[in-house]
Write a protein of this length. Structure first.
Ligand code: GRF
Length: 201
């Protein structure tokens, strides 16, 4: 059984979409993969309770309790690998995870780590993507699922979903439209990745 570990920092709506897809589409039977754990860097993340309500084990690695990025990332890696009998989960899914990871951490999981970013990369890497799209006069915006590499928000693109920017949109109304697409896009993209791996044996 391949283990998927999901990292969150906040409400975890993308995590919920992924866990529900795994359950409703029976990923264990179809792909030999299951969501083994949800880990948050913030103890108060609302997604922790949502994960527990879905029956998924949770853990917290509180980044404020570590001296620096390297120490946090090392503790996070230890926790991640604890959730896999082989010590190396098959897929690490960042879902609203708001920490910049060190190159050493990325290297450890490279090739099996994905993220969802709320813009049509390569446009608008970084933060405040919805307001930046509005300010730039974009008529189209969206979300991107990509492999995580050492360069922030620049890994190979796996899937994208576009939404219109409507007259009068605020960052909040646009974010809601994008988020609805994220909840459809991310499970589909992860399932495709798992199918490829299952096919590869
Ligand atoms: C979303 O906008 C997502 O694109 C970004 O984090 C935000 C919150 O996601 N990665 P979630 O509700 O915590 O999944």
């Amino acid at each position: 059984m391949k283990n998927i570990v999901i990292l969150i920092s906040g409400g975890g709506s993308n995590m919920v979409a992924l866990v529900e897809a795994a359950q409703q589409q029976d990923w264990p039977a179809r792909f030999g993969a299951r969501v083994a754990a949800v880990i948050s860097n913030r103890p108060g993340a609302g997604g922790l309770e949502r994960a527990r309500a879905l029956g998924v084990p949770t853990a917290v690695v509180d980044h404020t309790t570590f001296a620096g990025r390297e120490a946090f990332d090392a503790a996070l890696a230890t926790e991640i690998d604890r959730h896999d009998p082989h010590g190396q989960p098959a897929l690490l899914v960042l879902a609203g995870f708001m920490r910049i990871l060190t190159p050493g951490f990325v290297q450890r999981y490279e090739g099996r780590m994905v993220n969802i970013h709320p813009s049509l990369l390569p446009a608008f890497p970084g933060l405040h993507t919805h307001q930046r799209a509005i300010d730039a006069g974009c008529t189209v915006h969206g979300a991107t699922v990509h492999r995580v590499t050492a360069e922030l928000d620049h890994g190979p693109i796996l899937a994208q979903a576009a939404v219109p920017v409507l007259p009068g949109d605020t960052a909040d109304t646009l974010a809601q439209r994008v988020l609805a697409q994220e909840h459809r896009l991310y499970p589909k993209a992860v399932a495709q990745l798992l199918a490829q791996r299952a096919g590869a044996g």
